[in-house]
Design a binder for this molecule. Structure first.
Ligand SMILES: Cc1ncc(COP(=O)(O)O)c(C=O)c1O
Length: 378
């Protein structure tokens, strides 16, 4: 029986595990060895104390920890699990994907950096982004000395496939697609993403930070078909855990193995792992928040659309709205004076006079609407 997908892709357990038998043709086209940085191919990863001994013992004198404890809870004196076993197992059960297909980073920002460091040769490789989009792909590329090529989105914020295709060279290692996209809020067409996956023999990274607010299911279900697909998600948005810094990458076991070699050994702290483990038990509560945020998003969009003076409220599949309003920068300053901080995106490509507004609480949304009404003299 086909899986029934909800109208909003909330967190559900699929109760099935995907079978990774990659499409033979794509396997021939995609050569993981070829796109892995030479120095990483030969890298012998750091072997931590916990790697060298992981059995049962009562006296741990192997990691130069403080054996007396800490000013806080006793176990903070110990290094965290470098392999995040419990948390990965739990996420695996929720996502219907085996743990060896999951990488956990210190936020998805770390996943982005690790992908560059694993698969792009500094000063040699190039990478393609589709602006306007999330700023860290560019910053991380620059930090890693990777040339950045740009295939701007079309005026309807969809992928410009011919431009993308034209930019690809034999040095292109990663194409970044953000869906739902930040700051535009829209999903990229599923078939366009598949087209990129089918025609590009490097990595296609689809950043789904906002997928739980979207009307479309995650591309995780495509992982068995595409050895070149990496899906990024995060606990920072729908899960409400931005402060814990936990990002997730889903991909073939080979890609995940390389990312694990490159990451710092203890990249996620013990309290973050412990708290995340507790939080992922609360799927029902998180789904309730998602429902409420999506309802408030749609209600706020309706209200803003009815305000004379607001030029456009773009459709959103995320937990924010992109709103076009004349003199956006002055509106931004006016809202600031009222104590309301939104994101001024008016100098970003295709986003002239646009503000990006996160969905707040009911009360915060009302304050925002009142302030905008005052500015617009309604
Ligand atoms: C598209 C996108 N990806 C990734 C991130 C960063 O997520 P994390 O908090 O997991 O580093 C953000 C944060 O705003 C984002 O908008």
């Amino acid at each position: 029986m086909p899986v029934q997908y909800p109208s909003v892709w909330k967190i559900i357990s699929l109760n099935k595990t995907f079978n990774f038998q990659h499409n033979l043709y794509l396997n021939m086209l995609f050569d993981l060895q070829k796109i892995t940085r030479k120095n990483i191919q030969h890298l012998k990863p750091y072997s931590s104390a916990r790697d060298e001994f992981s059995g049962e013992a009562s006296v741990f004198l192997d990691a130069n920890e403080n054996s007396l404890g800490s000013p806080l809870t006793q176990w903070y004196n110990r290094y965290p699990d470098p392999h995040h076993v419990q948390l990965r197992n739990k996420i695996a059960a929720i996502k219907g994907i085996a743990p060896e297909h999951i990488f956990l980073g210190n936020g998805s920002d770390e996943c982005i950096d690790i992908l560059f460091r694993s698969f792009c040769e500094p000063g040699v490789s190039n990478t393609i982004i589709c602006p306007p989009t999330y700023g860290m792909y560019q910053v991380s590329a620059q930090i890693n000395d990777i040339a950045l090529l740009e295939a701007p989105l079309l005026p309807d914020f969809q992928l410009h496939l011919p431009h993308l295709e034209q930019l690809v060279t034999d040095k292109t290692r990663i194409i970044w697609i953000c869906s739902p996209n930040n700051p535009t809020g829209n999903l990229m067409h599923w078939e366009d993403i598949e087209s990129v996956l089918n025609h590009f023999s490097g990595l296609v990274v689809v950043d789904e930070a906002y997928i739980n607010f979207a009307r479309q299911r995650s591309l995780i279900s495509l992982l068995p078909d595409y050895p070149n697909l990496v899906v990024l998600q995060t606990l920072s948005k729908a899960w409400g855990l931005a402060g814990l810094r936990i990002g997730m990458a889903f991909a073939s076991a080979g890609i995940i193995e390389i990312m694990n070699k490159v990451k710092p050994p203890y990249n996620i702290s013990s309290p973050a792992q412990q708290l995340a483990l507790r939080a992922v038990e609360e799927v029902g509560q998180v789904n309730d928040m998602i429902t409420l945020l999506v309802d408030m998003r749609d209600a706020l969009a309706d209200v803003l659309r009815q305000m004379q003076g607001v030029t456009e409220v773009y459709p959103s599949d995320a937990n924010f709205l992109l709103v076009k309003i004349p003199e956006a920068h002055q509106v931004y300053e006016f809202l600031l004076k009222k104590g309301i901080v939104v994101r001024d995106r008016s100098r970003v490509l295709l986003c002239d006079d646009c503000l990006r507004i996160t969905i707040g609480t009911e009360q915060e949304n009302t304050l925002l609407v009142d302030a905008l009404a005052e500015w617009l003299q309604l």
